[in-house]
Design a protein around this ligand. Structure first.
Ligand code: UDX
Length: 438
């Protein structure tokens, strides 16, 4: 089939802004649509509303080509043939399930403008069954269109790379025509040898949550081993290295520490459990409840180590927290274990000062009562204890001898198992890490 080269992207958050800039870089004309006028204004100026390595440059570059535009006006989709729905599906306020309000209203908002033969492509992470019900909805409101599902696996910090050179492309389609359209959009990526997987709609939706559940399980597995190592006098970092050499296990995602956070893994496993229950398959995903519990326990375990290093009553102590974002190379603090721990220590009466290379402003918005420092030096000055909670590269480069002159007590807890224990110890520090016995 012949393709007009205009695409629309509905929802210009993390996923949408990345997708829009990347598709433009492949040569498409791309119209990005978002209901937030401030976001649209920023993106239109070629500025990124969040931090993502490489995406700022790509966005600025694509804006200059004139192929990429952003608007709040949904009627602009009338120009496009393929529409990528990239809006958020956060956890509901009143339960574990995903909130589908934004997805439903995005599809309803574009329906009146869809031209003949156009394809709506969902990229948001949704509970299985959503795609089929949206397709039924469109059959009523815009029978000239079709709907497919194309889950996105991009990691924050690697968003551009994961979009332009993904390790697979998965498309859920109800017919050959929808697959052909998507093949023509992704042609340059397929040409790189990227595996192409055609699935039905429910399987495509499930692939995404299954992948995230597996990753969450892997992290909680190693954090469970960390608990056992602590009890038995072992070292989880050595254990992880040793089991990771077995290619059936693999060494990625076996970094023990304070666990997973962010806008995806925690809410996706919860929404998956909620959906399985609705489908009568609750028992199949009971294990995810334990995965969630192990993950949240890791945060508590760090707090227990702080108390045993200092005192049950923390009110006399200054605690320097290095890291606020849920992972390095991101300014995202959604469900961040680091920030949660900082807030809990603050609530327990400690004088907590938080540093982060990129996440101070979003963290301050979330917890305005916390103290923030613009530099590591200011953060650790006079501290009774340092907590290393997000493994930014610059924290690994810190000089423990220099820092030793700034703090009150040379105690550090590595919540990410990322620092060089021998280096810190040789500079006279008391060094603790999750899952490693001293
Ligand atoms: C995740 C999935 O990886 C991605 O494929 C999906 O599209 C969106 O969700 P992201 O949320 O960007 O991506 O983060 P990810 O790199 O998966 O890390 C998630 C969390 O797990 C972070 O808090 C990270 O610190 C933690 N983590 C990761 C560990 O604690 N240990 C590990 O070994 C790996």
């Amino acid at each position: 089939m012949t393709m007009n080269e205009t695409l629309s992207v509905i929802g210009c958050g993390y996923l949408g802004a990345t997708h829009a800039a990347c598709m433009s870089s492949l040569g498409f004309t791309v119209i990005g649509i978002d209901t937030d006028p401030e976001k649209v204004a920023m993106l239109s100026r070629g500025e990124l509303p969040f931090y993502e390595p490489g995406l700022d440059t790509l966005l600025a570059q694509e804006m200059k080509t004139g192929r990429l535009t952003f608007t709040t006006d949904f009627s602009a989709v009338a120009e496009a043939d393929v529409h990528f729905v990239c809006v958020g599906t956060p956890q509901s306020k009143d339960g574990l399930a995903a909130d589908l309000t934004y997805v439903k209203s995005a599809v309803a908002a574009i329906a009146p403008y869809l031209k003949d033969g156009s394809l709506v492509v969902g990229k948001s992470t949704v509970p299985v069954g959503t795609a089929q019900s949206l397709r039924n909805q469109l059959a009523e409101s815009a029978p000239q269109s079709d709907l497919a599902w194309n889950p996105e696996f991009l990691r924050e910090g690697f968003a551009v790379e994961d979009t332009l050179t993904p390790n697979r492309l998965v498309v859920g389609v109800a017919n050959d025509r929808a697959e052909e359209i998507l093949k023509s959009v992704y042609e340059p990526i397929i040409a790189l040898g990227t595996p192409w997987i055609r699935a039905d709609l429910p399987t495509a939706e499930l692939v995404k949550v299954a992948a995230n559940s597996f990753l969450a399980t892997k992290i909680s597995f190693i954090n469970a081993m960390a608990e056992v190592c602590e009890a038995a006098g072992g070292d989880v970092t050595v254990l992880a290295k040793a089991i990771g050499y077995d290619p059936r296990i693999g060494n990625r995602f076996l970094q023990a520490g304070i666990g997973f956070g962010g806008g995806c893994l925690p809410k996706d496993i919860r929404a998956f459990m909620a959906r399985a229950e609705e489908l009568g398959a609750k028992q199949a995903l009971e294990f995810l409840r334990e995965i969630d519990a192990i993950n949240l326990r890791a945060r508590q375990r760090v707090i227990d180590v702080v108390r045993s290093d200092l005192s049950e009553n923390l009110s006399q102590y200054k605690i320097a927290v290095l890291g606020a974002t849920f992972k390095p190379d991101s300014d995202d603090v959604r469900d961040s274990p680091a920030l949660d721990i900082a807030a809990q220590l603050h609530a327990a009466g400690a004088h907590v000062v938080v540093h982060d290379p990129k996440g101070i402003e979003p963290a301050r918005k979330r917890f305005p009562s916390l103290n923030f420092a613009e530099s590591v030096t200011e953060c650790v000055k006079g501290a009774d204890l340092i907590l290393h909670l997000t493994e930014w590269k610059e924290y690994r480069a810190l000089d423990p001898s220099e820092l030793g002159h700034l703090v009150k007590n040379k105690i550090i807890i590595d919540g990410r198992n990322a620092l060089d224990r021998d280096l810190w110890r040789s500079a006279g520090w008391k060094f603790h890490a999750l899952g490693r016995t001293d």
